[in-house]
Design a protein around this ligand. Structure first.
Ligand code: GDP
Length: 220
């Protein structure tokens, strides 16, 4: 099957996404340094975003688990890439949050170093979901992350979180504004996914999109 032949919005892909994310999902390990990154042949999807963007909530909503990805009580504390194996079909990498206002220079440098090495050296990485809080839009720290991904030529897709917190009109305006900015970024995927972990909005569609990437790996 060719990658282009998969219609990610079809009922079949929605069902494939549901099945994939309803299956087993196991914590593999946390890696604080490049040498600790686990070897894998599975297609991999990473989740990145500012501290408190709702990353743990989104991963838990996707996998239908309450506490798979632990919400960090102290923003900026989690300094590891956490790996989860989804039914031996897809690896999920939960990247440490960035943009914490009180983070030290050293911890920012450590974050950049680890993420840069991860992005450059991770062959199975198919896409990064870059989470953006729908109430705040793009921040400068997000733009730094986008530049890192442009430089590594890793495709990233904007996923709005907490979209239950804003009304339709400002949300449409926000999406249009981000799309304009994305056009200037070489590695950005043009589609933006609006989600709410609380209401479940956009979750089946995002599961379908990620399942399509797992299937491409299998058939591509
Ligand atoms: P993380 O630090 O990126 O892992 O963020 P968390 O998942 O811990 O979420 C940060 C805060 O945002 C928590 O108080 C969550 O309850 C809240 N939150 C996360 N997702 C949503 C959502 O979809 N809607 C709303 N209204 N709040 C959310």
């Amino acid at each position: 099957m060719m990658a282009e032949a998969i219609d990610i919005h079809s009922d079949e892909m929605i069902e494939a996404g549901r099945v994939l994310f309803a299956g087993a999902c196991d914590f593999v390990m946390g890696a604080a340094r490049e040498e600790q990154l686990p070897p894998t042949d599975l297609a991999e999807i990473a989740f990145a975003g500012r501290s408190n963007v709702g990353k743990s909530s989104l991963i838990n909503a996707l996998t239908g688990r309450k506490a798979l990805a632990r919400t960090s009580n102290t923003p900026g504390r989690t300094r590891e890439v956490n790996f989860f194996d989804l039914g031996d079909k897809l690896m999920i990498a939960d990247l440490p949050g960035y943009g914490y206002a009180r983070a030290s220079k050293t911890s920012i440098n450590n974050w950049t170093d680890l993420i840069e090495r991860y992005l450059k050296g991770r062959r199975p990485l198919r896409r990064v979901c870059l989470l953006i809080d729908a109430r705040h839009g793009l921040k400068d720290s997000d733009r730094v992350a986008m530049k890192l991904m442009d430089a590594s030529a890793v495709v990233y897709q904007i996923v709005l979180t907490k979209s239950d917190k804003i009304k339709d009109t400002p949300r449409a305006r926000l999406i249009a504004g981000i799309q304009t900015e994305l056009a200037k970024h070489t590695a950005a995927h043009p589609d933006i996914c609006a989600t709410s972990a609380v209401k479940g909005t956009g979750i089946p569609e995002l599961r379908a999109e990620l399942a399509a990437l797992a299937l491409e790996e299998k058939f591509g």
